[in-house]
Design a binder for this molecule. Structure first.
Ligand code: ADP
Ligand code: MG
Length: 384
C-alpha cells in the first residue's frame, strides 16, 4: 500500500552532522552582597573580556576572554540568550545539550539556573517554557517530554524525585550513558517542571538536614528528555502494521548545578567532614582533569570513568552534545582568588571541542529502559 509521506523511513542509523563546535563559555558576574566590598571584576565594553583587580590596584593582575561576559547589570534573560537558548533549540532538533554552572558557593549558580523568583526566573524554567512553546508551535511532530532530577553527593547518585533511591548506577545504552532506574516523569507544561523542581529541592534539603551536611557540596542535575517523531498524516491508516518503523528523535538537556568550587580548607570543615572531602570533591576534581585533558590534544587519556559526574557528563565534555558552561563569579574583592580559579577553569573549557549529532532511534528499549517504560505509559494515556 501507499505509505503516507510523513511516515517514510528515514535512511541511516543516525543523521551525522559533525558540527565542529566547542564548549561555549559565558561568565556571569553577580553584584556584591551584604558586607562584601564591591569590585575586582572589570568587564570590558566588548562584553568578551574580564579583568581582575586586587585591592586598590588600577592595573589588572589577570585577564581573560570568553564567548560572553555578562556584568552585574545583566538580567536572567541575557544569560538565557547567551548560554541556553541556542542549546534548547538544538535539543528540540534531537541533539544532546548541557548547561553547566560552575563557581564558588554563593557566586550565583543556583540563582542563575533555578531561581523561581517572578522577577528573576532562572534558566531551567525558561528552558522548559521554550520546550513547551516549541511543542505547541509544531503541528508536524508528536512529542513526549520527560524530566528527572538527581544529585551526586559523595559519589552516590540519589534520585531527588524518588529519594529512597540513593545509590543508582550509571549504564551505557544506545543513546549514551544514563542513570539506571532513575524516575522519568512525564511533563506537559512548565508548571509540571516547576513542581518537580521544587519537590526535588525539598528532598535535597531533607537529605542534607538528615546528614547534617550542606547541599553546596553536591551536584544537582535536572534532565529533560524530548522525544519527537513525525505526526502520521492519517492516524486511521487501514494497514497500520505495514507502516515502516518510525524513528524517534531524542534530545536530552542536562542542567547541572555543580558543587561549590571553593577549596575545602577555606570552608569550615573539620574532623569527619574533612576526611570526606576527597570523596565529596572527587567529581569536581575529575571534571577539572577531564577538561584539561580534553583541551590538550596531546593527552589521549581522559579520566571520564574516575567519577560519577564525569561519567554522566562524558558526552557533554567533548562528545555528542552541545555544551554551555556558565562561570559564576562575585564582583567582590574578598573573592578575587576564587574568581581567578573559576575563570581559569572556564578558560580551559573554551578549548574543549564537541561533536554533536542528532539522536535517532526506532526502539527506545535500546536507548534506556526507564525511558521506554515512561514512553509506554505516555502512549497508554493517549499520547503519541
Ligand atoms: P550558589 O548557588 O552559587 O551557591 P546562589 O545562586 O545561591 O549561589 O547565590 C547566592 C546569593 O546571591 C543568593 O541570595 C542569590 O539570590 C544572590 N544572587 C546570585 N546571583 C545574583 C544576581 N545576578 N543578582 C542578584 N542576586 C544574586
Ligand atoms: Mg547553589
Amino acid at each position: 500500500p501507499k505509505v503516507p509521506r510523513s511516515a517514510r523511513r528515514l535512511s541511516g542509523v543516525s543523521v551525522t552532522e559533525p558540527s565542529g563546535e566547542r564548549v561555549k563559555v559565558v561568565v556571569r558576574v553577580r553584584p556584591p552582597q551584604g558586607e562584601e566590598t564591591g569590585g575586582g571584576c572589570d568587564v570590558e565594553r566588548s562584553g568578551r573580556r574580564l579583568k581582575l583587580h586586587r585591592g586598590t590596584a588600577t592595573q589588572p593582575f589577570s585577564e581573560f576572554d570568553f564567548d560572553q561576559v555578562l556584568d552585574e547589570s545583566a538580567a536572567q534573560a541575557d544569560v538565557y540568550n547567551a548560554a541556553v537558548k541556542p542549546i534548547v533549540e538544538d535539543v528540540m532538533a534531537g541533539y544532546n545539550g548541557t548547561i553547566m554552572a560552575y563557581g564558588q558557593t554563593g557566586a550565583g549558580k543556583t540563582f542563575t539556573l533555578s531561581s523561581i523568583q517572578p522577577d528573576a526566573i532562572g534558566m531551567m524554567p525558561r528552558a522548559a517554557a521554550e520546550v513547551f512553546n516549541a511543542v505547541a508551535a509544531d503541528p508536524l511532530h508528536e512529542y513526549a517530554v520527560f524530566m528527572s532530577y538527581i544529585q551526586i553527593y559523595m559519589e552516590l547518585i540519589q534520585d531527588l524525585l524518588q529519594p529512597q533511591n540513593e545509590n543508582m548506577q550509571i549504564r551505557e545504552g544506545a543513546n549514551g550513558v544514563f542513570v539506571e532506574g532513575v524516575h522519568e516523569t512525564e511533563v506537559r507544561s512548565t508548571e509540571d517542571c516547576l513542581r518537580l523542581l521544587q519537590m526535588g529541592d525539598r528532598n535535597r534539603v531533607f537529605a542534607f538536614t538528615k546528614l547534617n551536611a550542606h547541599s553546596s557540596r553536591s551536584h544537582a542535575i535536572v534532565m529533560l528528555t524530548v522525544i519527537k517523531r513525525q505526526r502520521l498524516a492519517d492516524p486511521d491508516w487501514p494497514d497500520a502494521e505495514a507502516l515502516p518503523v518510525q524513528r524517534m528523535k531524542i534530545g536530552k538537556l542536562f542542567l547541572v548545578d555543580l558543587a561549590g568550587s571553593e577549596r575545602l580548607k577555606k570552608s569550615r570543615s573539620t574532623g569527619l567532614r574533612a576526611t570526606e572531602a576527597r570523596s565529596i570533591n572527587l567529581s569536581l576534581t575529575t571534571l577539572g582533569m577531564c577538561i584539561n585533558a580534553r583541551a590538550d590534544p596531546t593527552r589521549p587519556h581522559v579520566p571520564f570513568r574516575d567519577s560519577k559526574l564525569t561519567r554522566l557528563l562524558q558526552e557533554a565534555l567533548g562528545g555528542n552534545a552541545k555544551t554551555s558552561l556558565v562561570i559564576a563569579v562575585a564582583n567582590a574583592k574578598e573573592h578575587v582568588d576564587e574568581s581567578l580559579q573559576s575563570l581559569q577553569f572556564g578558560s580551559r573549557a573554551m578549548h574543549v571541542a564537541t561533536a554533536a549529532v542528532v539522536n535517532e532511534h526506532a526502539d527506545l528499549k535500546l536507548v534506556n529502559a526507564e525511558l521506554a517504560s515512561a514512553m509506554e505509559q505516555h502512549i497508554d494515556s493517549g499520547g503519541i
